[in-house]
Design a binder for this molecule. Structure first.
Ligand code: DGL
Length: 267
């Protein structure tokens, strides 16, 4: 039994979609969330910058005595997880491997689409790992950078979001994919809009659920789960204030939480 919190970070508020799944499968766990709203977006930055930011985020979460850290951000998971794993002792989990496993399970026709930020697509991580699991699967990737500011702005299903979805996804639809990985934590916030655009025959794969399960298995096998019966405590930290945090908290978690602003450059 270990009551220390689970740390989660993302480049912004998109990681709340991962927190939602952690709360679902591990309701008694305490959670400390950090959203790097001051330096968002990560998706247009270099691997070096994303790794430097992620390192500071891990250091900050370590000051909260976390027992494990989930890198909710696909951009950081696909570009920086291996480097960080070699540097830190704390157990670190990314979202890409669970997303890959889910996609491989999901596809029947062996055609998988992956959408993410430019840096995630450029890293080739999803493609490489999916093909390592099953070389017969064809992966079609597409960067959809505008989805991130749309989600941060709360424009998740209006005319602009629908137009962006059509522009990004129409071409992907010509490939015949039967599964589409939402390879960015912000995208589940636009799930309805993306789902309507691609149609019901394409299964949307959100790596968040599989990530939460993976962490639960890891902690469970080591006797590190919080076995208390109370609802876990949730703390939120951001590197800059954002007008839409409460709105997105309400949308993702059906609850509003206060967020404390911290200076991430100190870590
Ligand atoms: N939420 C981040 C991800 O999952 C991307 C947003 C950004 O560009 O910072 O990739």
């Amino acid at each position: 039994m270990d009551t220390r919190p689970i740390g989660v970070f993302d480049s912004g508020v998109g990681g709340l979609t991962v927190v939602k799944q952690i709360m679902k499968v591990m309701p008694h766990e305490n959670i400390v969330y950090f959203g790097d709203t001051a330096r968002l977006p990560y998706g247009s930055k270099s691997r070096e910058a994303v790794t430097r930011f992620s390192r500071q985020n891990v250091r900050f979460l370590q000051t909260k005595d976390v027992k494990a850290i989930i890198i909710a951000c696909n951009t950081a998971s696909s570009n920086s997880l291996d480097v960080l794993k070699a540097e830190f002792d704390v157990p670190l989990f990314g979202v890409v491997v669970p997303g890959v496993e889910e996609a491989v399970r999901s596809t029947k026709n062996k055609k998988v689409g992956v959408i993410g930020t430019s840096a995630t697509v450029r890293s080739g991580a999803y493609e490489r790992l999916i093909q390592e699991k099953d070389p017969k699967i064809h992966v079609f990737s597409k960067a959809c950078p505008l989805f991130v500011p749309l989600a941060e702005e709360g424009w998740t299903d209006n005319g602009v979001a629908k137009q962006a979805a059509r522009n990004y996804l129409d071409e992907l639809l010509t490939t015949g994919i039967d599964s589409l990985v939402l390879g960015c934590t912000h995208y589940p916030l636009l799930k309805r809009c993306i789902g309507t655009t691609v149609g019901e025959s394409i299964k949307l794969v959100d790596p968040a659920k599989a990530t939460a399960k993976r962490v639960m298995d890891y902690l469970g096998k080591r006797g590190l789960l919080n076995e208390g019966t109370d609802e876990g405590r949730r703390q939120f930290y951001l590197s800059d204030s954002t007008d839409t945090f409460q709105f997105l908290c309400q949308k993702a978690l059906k609850h509003e939480y206060p967020a404390e602003i911290i200076d991430i450059e100190r870590y």
